[in-house]
Design a protein around this ligand. Structure first.
Ligand code: 2U9
Length: 402
């Protein structure tokens, strides 16, 4: 029996379920088994085994070693499991008393395992926290996350937002698919008027009631929606995608616009000119720039103006804020009283001004891109040349395009 018990202990210590070799496996286990009874087992035998296992648990240096001790003791072929398996061959009385002792040992071992696991977990966490501290003040490395590039159109929209936010403007957005009413009628384009044809519109099939949805030809319906839903004073810019049936080297069917709108009691052309002048200096990053306002026509503004900025054309390059040439940059005007009225604003109390410009065009002018269509080619080589670093966010204080 003594040999049997030693055999059980040795079998239970077999490390087949783990890496950790116990002292028994290493041949260091010698259990003094005095007074071996009928079953070959006494309280002291079980106690010795328990003491041995508790020692191994206390000495386990990490969770992997502890798991090996657990497997060697409580695993399928573990020493305690093997002892439990011998109960089947005992008489009922013996099974009762021996079973209780073995289960007590098993509970003590399980408890010790859980306690040691908690300690080892805490020690491991402590070590990780010490070794994985991050210095958040270190500069960002030129890592792979830095290799992506922001598209020049996105960059320009961010620049516009920074400039106008600084003047107190909010950004308003609306749907690309619009009603004829918001895109044309409320903006003083009369039904059947040739001005509607100027826009070469993508229409959807008419609905049952005869009305037609369309892809917005400008972002002006966003201003309409804002006036219908908010009370003046209003100060917004509306950047976004717009669509017209047009395709050549200088036009794409989908392009981008930014429009601005101010509605207040005393707003006038002087304010408009100041805002546009500040915008042009900030956007083209120059101290001085001359501007020229020419009379024009748009159905939604009266008077309407087209704006040119001073530039120098030199060997295929354009420089802004110097030279004797002019470049058309945007259109603007005082909001037509019919538009104010259609949008629920009393033109005898409020007046406003608005402007609009093509983002694609000003992006090309500022960053020296030659062909509009390249903006939409999705060529990564082009983007790595013309794109912007994602963490260089444009701000007036930090520089728009530095
Ligand atoms: C409302 C009232 C007035 C927006 C304006 C322009 C002048 C303009 C063009 C520039 C180049 C469009 O991309 S482009 O073809 N836009 O010249 N846009 S005033 O006026 C508005 C808008 C909304 C309610």
């Amino acid at each position: 029996m003594r040999d049997n018990l030693l055999a059980l202990i040795a079998t239970g210590s077999c490390a087949s379920e783990g890496q950790f070799r116990t002292r028994a496996e290493q041949g260091h286990l010698h259990y003094p088994l005095p007074g071996v009874g009928k079953t070959g087992r006494r309280m002291s035998d079980i106690q010795h085994l328990q003491t041995e296992i508790l020692g191994q648990i206390a000495a386990a240096p990490d969770e992997a070693a502890l798991e090996a001790v657990r497997v060697a003791a409580l695993g399928k072929k573990g020493s305690i499991s093997a002892l439990l398996a011998t109960l089947g061959k005992m008489s009922p009385d013996e099974r009762k008393s021996e079973g209780a002792k073995i289960n007590l040992a098993k509970d003590a071992v399980s408890r010790a395992l859980a306690e040691r696991r908690d300690v080892l977990k805490a020690v491991a966490l402590d070590a990780r926290l010490k070794s994985e501290t991050i210095d958040v003040t270190l500069p960002v490395r030129d890592a792979s996350a830095e290799q992506g590039r922001v598209h020049p159109l996105t960059q320009v929209m961010d620049e516009l937002t920074a400039i106008f936010a600084d003047m107190g403007f909010a950004v308003a957005e609306g749907p690309d698919i619009e009603t004829d009413d918001y895109n044309f009628t409320k903006l003083n384009f009369p039904e059947g008027h040739p001005a509607r044809e100027m826009h070469d519109t993508f229409f959807f099939n008419p609905k049952e009631d005869g009305s037609r949805m369309l892809l917005r030809t400008h972002t002006s319906p966003v201003q309409v929606r804002t006036m219908l839903s908010q009370k003046p004073p209003i100060r917004i810019i509306c950047p976004g995608r717009t669509y017209r049936i047009d395709s050549d080297a200088t036009h794409t069917p989908q392009f981008h616009q930014v429009e601005g709108l101010v509605i207040d009691k005393g707003s006038h052309l002087g304010h408009l000119k100041w805002i546009l002048h500040e915008f042009c200096k900030a956007f083209f990053e120059v101290e001085h720039i001359n501007m020229r306002f020419r009379p024009s026509f748009f159905p939604f503004t009266e008077p309407s103006l087209e704006v040119d900025i001073q530039c120098r054309r030199d060997k295929g390059e354009i420089r802004f804020g110097e030279g004797e040439d002019w470049m058309e940059i945007l259109g603007c005007g005082m909001v037509h009283p019919n538009v104010l009225r259609a949008c629920g604003i009393d033109p005898d109390v409020y007046q406003g001004f608005a402007w609009g410009m093509g983002i694609d065009r000003i992006a090309m002018l500022k960053y020296g891109m030659s062909d509009l269509r390249q903006l939409f080619d999705s060529d990564v080589r082009w983007l790595s040349h013309y794109g912007f670093k994602p963490l260089d966010i444009p701000t007036l204080a930090g520089g728009l395009s530095s």
